[in-house]
Ligand binder design. Structure first.
Ligand SMILES: [Mn+2]
Length: 417
């Protein structure tokens, strides 16, 4: 039986994208990581003896490219083509084919290379090193930065007796995540006759599309901010007559991640706080897709009642804690956010007291046992409440759980400010 068609599918590399609001060294590290991640994708294609490396749009971030990138990119791609990998680049809304810019400045490889920069689909036979036909890639590119047409609808049916792959940068309706609706299509549009797999770009989160024909977003190649968290890399895809296997391969040297710490009731000093964060970070480092030597940009969100509240009150406290964590956990960068830290509350201390909080706490306590009072306190229209009277009372009573602590914390916090 013939060897399956093997492709490495990447997208949204956004080379030389400027990152905002970061320290210069972090910014440069992230930019450099985009190139490193790209080199790893090329290395993966060579190591896996892939038939093709397909890039589904937004290889560049804008119409500018740094000289270092200009000189490096052609050579990086030539490593793939020299090893027998066919490289196919389709343009996206960030690097439209009509725009020129970087597309015209790169010394692209002379053979086994295809740049598809306009919406008319181009049929590209992908040949193995021995010259036999491994598969067919049909690709379309964006010509302008605001491609409103449904590009996928223009892809022709194909009856090749090798696997056929569609390559395009597009927004599939209903796919999660907020993205500009360039080249919109539906999942049903992807069910074109003859296609085995769609290599898509545009959605930076990545993952499979709910379509009959297997279709995946590769996600961006290197996260650049907290909107692009988690492992980033390439899809390693194998297609034969009756199956498609797409496996995610993490490549990005820098990983963005967020930790929410909302169980801080026992944290009463800086040392305990740092240990708590260290423990949570250790859990992260054991996650799937973490690379050896992974660089991290971390955001720690602190929430809820904690005795550590007092230490966090100074204007620089969060930054100081971040600095300590950065050294201790050897992070590329870290920010600490006070996301609603409140002092610990002894509810009992305030009950029965002749102030607003005391009265509020007494009401909550009484309503726990008094159905009539409960009915009076609850609004007539309450979303999610059952019709049945007893069930409704139980439902509202469940809403009271923890409310005493929340109210006390909120009111005491108001008073502190
Ligand atoms: Mn993009």
């Amino acid at each position: 039986m013939a060897r399956p068609l093997r492709i490495i599918h990447i997208a949204d590399c956004h080379l030389d994208a400027p990152s905002r609001s970061l320290a210069r060294e972090v910014r440069e590290r992230v930019e450099q990581s985009a190139r490193a991640s790209f080199e790893r994708a090329v290395g993966l294609a060579v190591d896996r003896e892939a038939d093709a490396l397909v890039i589904a749009g937004d290889l560049f971030d804008r119409d500018l490219v740094r000289i270092a990138t200009e000189l490096w990119l052609g050579e990086a791609l030539a490593e793939a083509t020299a090893a027998g990998v066919t490289v196919i680049v389709a343009t996206g809304n960030h690097d439209p084919g009509g725009g020129g810019g970087p597309l015209d400045r790169i010394a692209w490889p002379q053979s086994r290379f295809h740049l598809v920069r306009s919406p008319a689909p181009v049929r590209i036979p992908v040949c193995r090193r021995d010259g036999s036909l491994a598969g067919v890639v049909i690709a379309a590119g964006h010509a302008s930065a605001r491609e409103r047409d449904n590009l996928v609808a223009g892809f022709p049916a194909d009856d090749a007796d090798v696997p056929v792959v569609g390559l395009v940068h597009c927004q599939v309706y209903g796919y999660e995540g907020q993205h500009d609706r360039y080249a919109p299509c539906t999942a049903a549009d992807l069910d074109r006759p003859g296609y085995a797999y769609w290599a898509l770009g545009h959605v930076h989160g990545g993952g499979p599309v709910a379509s009959e024909t297997p279709a995946w977003y590769a996600g961006c190649l290197q996260g650049r901010h907290f909107g692009e968290m988690g492992a980033k890399g390439a899809l390693d895809v194998e297609i034969d007559a009756d199956s498609v296997r797409a496996e995610f391969r993490p490549l990005a040297p820098v990983r963005w991640q967020e930790i929410v710490c909302d169980d801080l009731a026992a944290i009463d000093d800086t040392r305990a706080m740092i240990e708590h964060c260290e423990h949570r970070f250790d859990e992260l480092t054991r996650e799937h897709g973490v690379l050896p030597g992974q660089d991290w940009v971390l955001r720690v969100r602190l929430r809820g009642a904690t005795p550590f509240f007092a230490e966090l009150r100074g204007a620089e406290a969060a930054d100081d804690l971040a600095l300590a964590l950065r050294g201790r956990l050897q992070l590329l960068d870290v920010e600490v956010r006070d996301d609603g830290v409140v002092p610990p509350v002894e509810v009992a201390e305030h009950e029965g007291q002749p102030h607003v909080l005391g009265v509020a706490l007494d009401l909550i306590r009484q309503a726990r046992h008094d159905d009539k009072l409960l009915a009076q306190l609850a609004p007539a229209q309450l979303a999610g409440a059952p019709e049945d009277e007893a069930a409704r009372a139980a439902y509202i009573r469940a809403l009271l759980d923890g409310l005493d602590v929340d109210i006390a914390a909120a009111m005491l916090d108001e008073r502190e400010r």
